[in-house]
Design a protein around this ligand. Structure first.
Ligand SMILES: [Zn+2]
Length: 320
């Protein structure tokens, strides 16, 4: 099994103790921001439960099947690479699987990730399964946004909350992964304190710097917004909008409070203060609306063309 992540330790001990005392619920909801390692936790638990010795020994037949991703008593359902939803067909398979008996006579485990990617029909079918849980089956739902889940589904699961990891542990872990010149605390603050997200941001930090530079060129009218939007569209638009929203929120907070402590992006306080002065509050809220709506469309629809949305946003930044 993969080594336990430092901030998983205490939750892991609790869950393992419940399992060993036969107190673990038949359905778990693992929730917290993306980048907390919830899926890894779920897989570690699955491996432990399926192992013939109950300890993820890494040597028994079950462990070998698990490593080869061919254990018949583990099903993982995720969104497809190009799809943004979990389809009703996927849920149908998931439910059918849960009602079978296990191949090796022990438990069977089904993991759904992320659960909020189900539509209403899929959620209703899943609810029926949760109301009459099959014996010797553990269902794990992973959710980055549990509030987006059907409330009844939430109430049928035992909740494992990953949203408030020990900050000392996450900071120490991240510092260990980074070079000494990188600011681990800043990266965590920019990633909802999620260490794996912060680590991935560290790899993207150059891209983020270029994006910020391009906003500067728009605000100072040194570049054409259509060309800038074309550059943006070469990157991942969802990621770009997440960064832009974080800067806009900082500008709005600074405009309202005139206090630089209200700025989260501590690496660009001065420039954000200057930016904020170039826009009135109404224009800032309009930018936030445009960006939030573009983000919603890009995350919710498969065939959306991001270029047009990004152009509208670039023009609004240019028009201060
Ligand atoms: Zn084993």
């Amino acid at each position: 099994m993969k080594p336990l992540l430092a901030w998983h330790q205490s939750l892991w001990q609790q869950v393992l103790a419940s399992w060993q005392q036969d107190h673990l619920a038949h359905a778990l909801l693992l929730c917290g921001p993306q980048g907390m390692g919830k899926a890894q936790f779920a897989r570690n638990l699955a491996e432990t439960i399926l192992c013939e010795t109950g300890q993820a020994c890494g040597k028994c037949k079950a462990c070998n099947l698990f490593k080869a991703e061919t254990h018949p008593d583990l099903l993982q359902v995720e969104i497809g690479e190009k799809s943004k939803i979990i389809t009703v067909d996927q849920i149908r398979n998931f439910i059918q699987y849960c009602t079978l008996t296990s191949s090796y006579g022990g438990y069977q485990i089904a993991i759904l990730n992320p659960a909020e990617a189900m539509n209403n029909n899929a959620a209703n079918s899943l609810l029926k399964l949760l109301e009459e849980p099959p014996a010797k089956t553990l269902i794990m739902l992973i959710s980055h946004q549990p509030m987006a889940l059907n409330a009844t589904i939430r109430s049928r699961c035992q909740r494992l909350d990953f949203s408030r990891p020990d900050k000392k542990l996450t900071l120490a872990w991240l510092q260990n992964q980074l070079s000494s010149t990188q600011d681990a605390q800043l990266l965590l603050n920019l990633s909802a304190q999620a260490p794996l997200a912060a680590l991935s941001l560290a790899q993207d930090i150059k891209k983020r710097g270029e994006l910020f530079q391009s906003l500067n060129q728009l605000v100072t009218k040194k570049e054409d917004p259509i060309e800038i939007a074309q550059q943006w569209n070469k990157h991942n638009p969802k990621q770009i909008l997440e960064w832009m929203n974080s800067w806009i929120m900082d500008m709005i907070r600074y405009s309202l409070t005139a206090n630089s402590n209200s700025i989260n992006n501590k690496d660009s306080i001065k420039t954000l203060q200057n930016f904020a002065k170039q826009f009135d509050l109404q224009a800032l809220f309009k930018l936030l609306d445009l960006q939030t709506e573009a983000y919603r469309l890009i995350t919710a629809q498969t065939n959306i063309k991001a270029q047009g949305l990004l152009e509208t946003i670039a023009i609004a930044w240019h028009k201060n």
